[in-house]
Write a protein that binds this ligand. Structure first.
Ligand code: ZN
Length: 275
């Protein structure tokens, strides 16, 4: 993310992306330290601020622009910088550092109801693979002969997460349907790649089991969204007004899904039929 100060256009000469000078400054703003890296660029025509990370802000200065102008611009955008840093921090706090498929090496972490939990694989003398979920960890107990069978471990883990998703979905649907004054049946729990939820013409509601990994308010938002479609079969203003009435801060959760939802598909490959 960046912000730009347009300079009067003049010939900057050449089009090499050359970094002529890099200088680091330490800034203290709002008691929050971050580093400003000044980069003089032969190619840039405008002064630009890039927030690279919560601790690293790059000030790009065109070769012919005076430095004081760039620093004044930086100062004038302090509020904007702070806001971008806060947004980034929030996103970092929500996201595990390096989401990826599971390695089954007792170092994996999986989010459940918005909280990152360690995934433990424990050898057991029991005959079948089983999963236990508690506040501290997700533990997969496996007969030693099957410890190396990732596909099987994964299948049992997904089944358990789907079971948890179904419980959460049913509970939230009952609660939210009551608040809306409608009757609902059981949700279908699926694993659609592109949809988090859907509402059929007959009122049947499908939800992605992966929502159980998201913060509960995000799951609840999807439930409310689909239930509101029972009253409004479209995305009209009336529909969104109803969603907002049921969940005034729904937009936060909608944004979370848009920004982070794809991550929920990274941990465990999709299975064909989840229901
Ligand atoms: Zn919708």
């Amino acid at each position: 993310m960046h912000t730009t100060l347009k300079l009067p256009t003049g010939s900057a000469g050449g089009c090499l992306e050359a970094v002529l000078e890099v200088q680091k400054l330490q800034f203290d703003l709002f008691d929050d330290r971050y580093e400003v890296i000044e980069r003089v660029s032969a190619k840039s025509r405008n002064i630009r601020i890039e927030v690279r990370s919560p601790r690293e802000v790059v000030l790009v200065i065109p070769r012919h622009a005076p430095k004081y102008a760039a620093r004044d611009f930086l100062k004038s955008r302090e509020g904007w910088i702070q806001q971008k840093i806060a947004e980034m921090r929030q996103r970092h706090a929500d996201a595990p550092l390096d989401p990826q498929r599971l390695n089954w090496d007792n170092r994996d972490r999986i989010p459940l109801r918005g909280i990152d939990l360690p995934l433990r694989v424990v050898s057991t003398s029991m005959r079948n693979i089983s999963v236990r979920v508690d506040d501290e960890a997700i533990s997969v107990f496996s007969p030693s002969a099957q410890l190396g069978d990732r596909t099987k471990l994964q299948r049992v883990l997904v089944q358990e997460l789907q079971r948890q998703a179904r419980q959460d979905a049913q509970r939230m649907m009952n609660e939210e349907a009551a608040r809306l004054g409608i009757r609902v049946g059981e949700p279908r729990i699926g694993d659609q790649k592109t949809l988090w939820g859907s509402c059929a013409a007959d009122g049947g509601i499908s939800l992605s089991w992966r929502l159980v990994m998201a913060p509960p308010a995000v799951f609840r938002y999807v439930v409310i969204h689909e239930l509101c479609h029972i009253k409004h079969h479209d995305h009209s203003d009336a529909f969104w007004a109803l969603v907002e009435q049921q969940m005034p801060d729904f937009d936060t959760h909608r944004t979370w899904l848009r920004d982070q939802g794809a991550r929920l598909h990274l941990y465990l490959p999709s299975s064909r039929s989840a229901n």
